[in-house]
Design a protein around this ligand. Structure first.
Ligand SMILES: *Cc1c(COP(=O)(O)O)cnc(C)c1O
Length: 388
């Protein structure tokens, strides 16, 4: 491979671009994770991490990808054979459902067309019909990364309350945390699952469980065999800033820096920034005469935009052309929408010119790949950014 000048544009919806400040923080000597300095450092990280989840309860950090934190949420609180209610919002919901089945849980998977969020009304109807309270948990993917659709988790909470159902509420915020508002305590979520490589701007390798008191009580009563994922040993050690096994020390340095950056900018400003880039992107898509996969404007994602290519054209061919010509990675269509959509990630460490570079690459790529479209998407996004 010959040298490519300039920066690669990593515009997939996670892993996102890692800012230099975070790279520099990770590039420090690994310290003794049983020594006194680590305990002090790590307690501060665990405390500030709560602010991003908007919780006063504990947040556990695993040296794992997001999939590990999905598993951790289930095995700590549920028993084999327990029913879980899930919604087919897209590929990540489908993968979480498969994982639940493999672990011996019994998902009731509400079918979806991948263009809408989790249906709070259908969830409420299922819960209301479950008079024996066999459903033990409701699982929702907050930002469905395969489709660019955000589910309204507060409405799902209301559905549980309206049905007076005691099931736990689990939310996957793997691609929304630090990009779209999420409120673990206010929405009474029992386990919030997240990870490092999307809105938190870190490399892959850390994942999280934010835990409610109700979830903690369920975990204490639960006999599902678990060891690596067990909350109890984690929480006991975390009380003094330590871990039952070796934490990912250098990624924790990065997490410290990421939290500082998010809190310096202010979470509300971070969310507004994401909203602005998402709106500019949708205006570009509209000007190109292409269609956004998400069908409900109330559920548009500020993390990514999934764009449908016209019938008879291959989104992955377009992505290949853009990668070769402009050194930019866009997200591939996953599962049912493979080849039909490409995904523009506009999350994390991102500014006006990153967006304009990204959209320029897409518009030039559409021409080079002979995808029928109109010119003027980049111009539409520019006028939105200069006006808004
Ligand atoms: C990326 C992602 C996952 C999977 O996370 P891994 O780190 O790849 O295990 C799960 N859910 C959502 C919504 C995601 O975006």
């Amino acid at each position: 491979m010959s040298y490519k000048s300039g920066r690669h544009f990593l515009q997939i919806p996670g892993p996102s671009n890692v800012p230099d400040r975070i790279l520099r923080a990770i590039d420090n000597p690994t310290m003794d994770h049983r020594g006194p300095d680590f305990g002090i450092f790590s307690k501060g990280v665990l405390e500030d991490l709560k602010k991003v989840f908007k919780t006063t309860g504990p947040v556990i950090i695993y040296p794992a990808s997001g999939t590990g934190a999905w598993e951790a949420a289930l095995v700590n609180t549920l028993s084999p054979g327990d029913k879980v209610l899930m919604s087919e919002t897209g590929q990540f919901a489908a993968l979480w459902c498969e994982l639940a089945k493999k672990l011996g849980f019994v998902p009731d998977f509400i079918e979806g067309d991948w263009r809408r969020g989790a249906p709070a009304d259908a969830i409420e109807a299922k819960l209301a019909a479950d008079s024996g309270h066999e459903i033990k948990a409701v699982c929702v993917v907050h930002n469905e990364t395969s489709t660019g659709v955000v589910s309204n988790v507060a409405n799902v909470r209301k559905a549980l309350d309206a049905a007076k159902h005691p099931a736990l509420l689990f939310a996957d915020t793997i691609s929304s945390l630090g990009s779209v508002d999420f409120e673990h305590d206010a929405w009474q979520v029992d386990v919030t699952i997240s990870c490092s490589q999307k809105g938190l701007m870190l490399p892959p390798g850390l994942s999280f469980n934010a835990i409610s008191e109700k979830a903690l009580a369920a975990s204490k009563a639960n006999s599902y065999a678990r060891s690596y994922w067990d909350w109890s040993a984690m929480l006991a050690n975390n009380a003094t800033g330590f871990y039952p096994y070796t934490p990912s020390t250098n990624l924790l340095y990065g997490l410290r820096e990421a939290l500082d950056m998010l809190l310096e900018e202010g979470l509300d400003n971070v969310f507004k920034r994401h909203d602005r880039y998402a709106e500019a992107t949708r205006r570009a898509v509209q000007a190109w005469g292409l269609e956004v996969l998400c069908q409900n404007p109330d559920e548009y994602s500020s993390v990514l935009t999934a764009v449908l290519v016209p019938e008879g054209h291959d989104a992955d061919h377009l992505r290949g052309v853009i990668l070769n010509k402009f050194d930019m990675s866009l997200g591939t269509g996953l599962g049912k929408v493979k080849g039909k959509v490409f995904r523009i990630g506009h999350l994390g460490d991102f500014n006006d010119l990153t967006l304009m570079g990204t959209l320029s690459g897409v518009e030039m790529g559409l021409s080079l790949a002979d995808i029928p479209h109109q010119k003027g998407g980049v111009a539409a996004a520019m006028s939105y950014l200069t006006d808004a």
